[in-house]
Write a protein that binds this ligand. Structure first.
Ligand SMILES: Cc1cc2nc3c(=O)[nH]c(=O)nc-3n(C[C@H](O)[C@H](O)[C@H](O)COP(=O)(O)OP(=O)(O)OC[C@H]3O[C@@H](n4cnc5c(N)ncnc54)[C@H](O)[C@@H]3O)c2cc1C
Length: 429
């Protein structure tokens, strides 16, 4: 099925919704596509059914009134030619034609391998939160939370509300850096209040900084986790272990379009325009800055794509403020070098294709390792092991090959359009 719009937005998270509302005000035909059946991305998953007038609710209502078209359960998998996205929908493949494109594809959790990390019951904190929001029961379950980032506390709070017993929350960043993040909160009283509320609700739950996991053990599922502060090592019993080390931007689609990256994030100018003509990017793919940063970037991208430069410019100061917050986040929760040696040579690094760290070390680069060991060629397409290998070995995914998500063959041969890479300079391995 073919669809044509003036402005197409990929991703219906906060950045995509804000971009759609702003773009629709220009009177152009706007569409948002998202691979999930809900609006709001990761943070607002499940919020549309809640009655209260939350920030999520307000944006979702605003989007519904904007006149923009929602193409849900629609996953952008390739860019077969300039101005065209190839997308998968459960019913049929879709060809979506655009004049201007805004990429708001968000981020995913970063996992670092350590002995035992593939045991059942070990999940990303955000992933566990999503399961629980969808009704998975954790009542009475003992959960250890560890890794890095503000998400750990937010998730621990949510799990506790659902009746879980939070054994401890361990942040790998040292106290000195975490406390250094305090001044960044001063200019955002709302965030400070939110943080204070979470800390209050987690009273009695140990929150430790400068602590990270070194091993998980169990049988048919995880039973205990070994943690260290670099001097002492101890073990905590648990039923579930929620572990994730910050977020990794979803840059596969921008890369497939030929967008340039800078330090792993999509490079954009002041209008949120990427290096490819008529392509814009907003939210986590340009930097991990949280929901308010994503919203303001989305609004600027939507205004700019609709040629409304004055309202976009009026948001620059607000964006600069959230970019300072984003920089403070990156400094405070930077990963410590000790985490590079968590995995032993026999620890799986690519869990889809059973490739150990020792095997991966035998190759000179990611491409070489991929060709000879199949690392990064399983269902996750290197989304997990690519980021881990980059951190541990300094080499990870160098390029993407369409489709950016595993897709049905029938989608790839749809309507005579080849899903080949439109960017001739990019290696496709
Ligand atoms: C698992 C997880 C849980 C999180 N939980 C919280 C939380 O509880 N509290 C908090 O403050 N922050 C949370 N965050 C961080 C939060 O998501 C961000 O701060 C912010 O919401 C980012 O907004 P965004 O619009 O940039 O991206 P997102 O909200 O991630 O939205 C991106 C959307 O794009 C869609 N998408 C991506 N690629 C494609 C494609 N090719 N085709 C179609 N659709 C696509 C995704 O499905 C998603 O719906 C979480 C992050 C993750 C990864």
């Amino acid at each position: 099925m073919n669809h044509a719009f003036d402005i197409v937005i990929v991703g219906a998270g906060p950045a995509g919704l804000a971009a759609a509302c702003a773009a629709a005000e220009s009177g152009q035909r706007v569409a948002v596509l998202d691979d999930t059946p809900w609006l709001g991305g990761q943070i607002w998953r499940g919020e549309q059914s809640r009655p209260q007038l939350s920030q999520a609710q307000r944006w979702i209502e605003r989007f519904r009134r904007s006149g923009a078209t929602l193409l849900d359960r629609t996953s952008a998998i390739a860019c077969p030619q300039p101005g065209v996205l190839l997308a998968e929908h459960p019913d049929e493949p879709r060809e979506i034609h655009w004049q201007r494109l805004i990429l708001a594809t968000g981020a995913r959790e970063m996992f670092l391998p350590f002995p035992g990390w593939t045991l059942p019951g070990i999940v990303g904190p955000g992933g566990l939160q999503a399961l629980v929001k969808n009704g998975w029961p954790v009542d009475g379950k003992r959960i250890v939370v560890a890794g890095s980032g503000l998400l750990l506390l937010a998730v621990a709070d949510g799990l506790k509300k659902h009746g879980a017993k939070i054994v401890s929350v361990s942040e790998q960043a040292p106290w000195s850096r975490v406390l250094g993040f305090g001044p960044a909160l001063l200019s955002h009283p709302g965030k400070m209040l939110q943080g204070a509320g979470i800390k209050l609700r987690l009273l009695g739950v140990p929150y430790r900084c400068g602590v990270w996991p070194v091993k998980a053990e169990g049988d048919e599922q995880v039973r205990r986790v070994t943690l260290t502060d670099g001097r002492n090592t101890w073990t905590e019993d648990c039923d579930l272990f929620a572990c994730g080390f910050n977020l990794v931007p979803n840059v596969e689609l921008p890369l497939a379009l030929g967008c340039a990256l800078s330090d792993g994030f999509v490079r954009v100018n002041e209008w949120q325009a990427a290096s490819v003509e008529n392509v814009y990017c907003a939210g986590e793919p340009t930097g991990i800055g949280g929901v308010d940063c994503a919203l303001v970037e989305g609004r600027i991208a939507g205004c700019a794509a609709g040629d409304r430069h004055a309202p976009a410019k009026a948001l620059f100061a607000k964006r600069a403020c959230w970019h300072r917050f984003r920089a403070a986040l990156a400094r405070a929760f930077a990963l410590r070098p000790e985490l590079k040696s968590l995995a032993a040579d026999d620890t799986l690094i690519c869990r889809c294709e059973d490739v150990t760290l020792g095997r991966m070390k035998q190759f000179n680069g990611w491409r070489d390792a991929k060709l000879q060991s199949r690392c990064g060629m399983g269902p996750c397409q290197g989304r997990v092991c690519g980021a881990a290998a980059k951190f541990i070995l300094g080499r990870g995914m160098e390029s993407v090959r369409p489709p950016v998500f595993p897709a049905r063959v029938s989608s790839l041969i749809t309507s005579g359009t080849s899903a080949s890479n439109p960017n001739p300079n990019q290696t496709t391995t």
